[in-house]
Design a binder for this molecule. Sequence first.
Ligand code: SF4
Length: 75
Amino acid sequence: MGRYKVQVIRDKCIGAASCVAVASKAFKLDDQQKAVVLPTVGEESDDNLLLAAQSCPTAAIIVTDTQTGEQVWPK
Ligand code: SF4
């Protein structure tokens, strides 16, 4: 397991799927074209999870550091 936890704010997600392109083990689009976090999220590196969150045009992905409890993204 990595250090970062990711959550998708569904109301903000517009289905742009850049998160899926960057981290396909962490995110997929559901049948409403909204991103969901996959059970295989732990197979992605922390760097990649952060990149995926940063690639989201609406900043719909929240990244939290599980050790400090700090929100890493969006800043
Ligand atoms: S990049 Fe953002 S808007 Fe696009 S699918 Fe992922 S969470 Fe949704």
